[in-house]
Ligand binder design. Sequence first.
Ligand SMILES: NC(=O)c1ccc[n+]([C@@H]2O[C@H](COP(=O)([O-])OP(=O)(O)OC[C@H]3O[C@@H](n4cnc5c(N)ncnc54)[C@H](O)[C@@H]3O)[C@@H](O)[C@H]2O)c1
Length: 310
Amino acid sequence: MGRILVTGAAGFIGSHTTERLLADGHTVLGVDNFRSGHRHNLTAALRQSAFRLVEADVAAADAVDRLAAGFQPDAIIHLAALVSVQESIRDPELNHRLNVTATERVAAAALAHGVRRIVFASSAAIYGDTTDLPIREETEKAPISPYGAAKLHAEGLLLGLAAQGVTVRCHRYFNVFGPRQDPASPYSGVISIFDRRYREGRGVTIYGDGRQTRDFISVHDVARANAIAATQPGIGSGAANICTGRATSLLEIVGIFARHYPQAPAPRFEPGRPGDIIHSRGRAERAEAELGFTAQVPVAEGLAELIRVG
Ligand SMILES: NC(=O)c1ccc[n+]([C@@H]2O[C@H](COP(=O)([O-])OP(=O)(O)OC[C@H]3O[C@@H](n4cnc5c(N)ncnc54)[C@H](O)[C@@H]3O)[C@@H](O)[C@H]2O)c1
């Protein structure tokens, strides 16, 4: 069984990844500064002796180095980041510190302490607003925010390490959804916002005709992809989309919520906003070929769980 250091462990994806690793029998050290994550996301994990949580800023000069020196991880799953596209536009310097400098610290610590693998939370944001669908890993990288640009740069930094003998996997997540996603964050995505509004008995507003589509992937699938990449033998370096390969429209999402909340008001339609992306969908085959990973949770099932547990 492996020893895995998870940065951003108290976040949405980090807490599910930690739980997946613990369930698989690994020992996990989580690090988080609680910038956008919460200790209560790890309530279940903290009951297990194979888990420890440290409060630290991974962008600070020697924080990850000290943790790696003490814990001697086999792999680092690096999820800590500034996650808001809007915030990256407002404060590009902070975006650079949290999304690039922090990644450099992880890379340096891995090299210094013989860590064999790094799994990095990249994003479909590196592709920008391409209309060339499905989005393949070879699709032109044209980020349209400092956030997307930093993720692309961080991928390059880490993949450059692969030549030094560290196996690096860059996971380009599409639209992740599930329990513990913070609906207050503008980055959060439509499903957690809809969930909160239905829960509060309020109707939702759809901008456009609702036929716009996204490639929604359950956080449980994402956590499994992270665990596979960090722990399974025989995996080489590379970058792959972590997506389902399927498009789901907002009308379908609202239809599922409406079945669970039959008393809810009908959705309101407002004109689409300029610049809104109409369709997005990834090609999922590379993750299958290189990691043996395919998404398994159907959107309707993932939504039913979200509605049940919140
Ligand atoms: N949720 C999605 O749909 C999605 C899509 C693409 C990429 N991602 C990426 O996945 C990763 C996890 O995102 P999430 O949705 O779980 O967001 P999140 O905000 O819930 O998790 C990020 C975690 O990192 C922590 N953190 C931030 N800066 C830190 C620092 N300097 N030191 C220590 N901890 C720090 C936060 O407190 C938080 O717990 C991020 O790298 C994000 O960019 C997410």
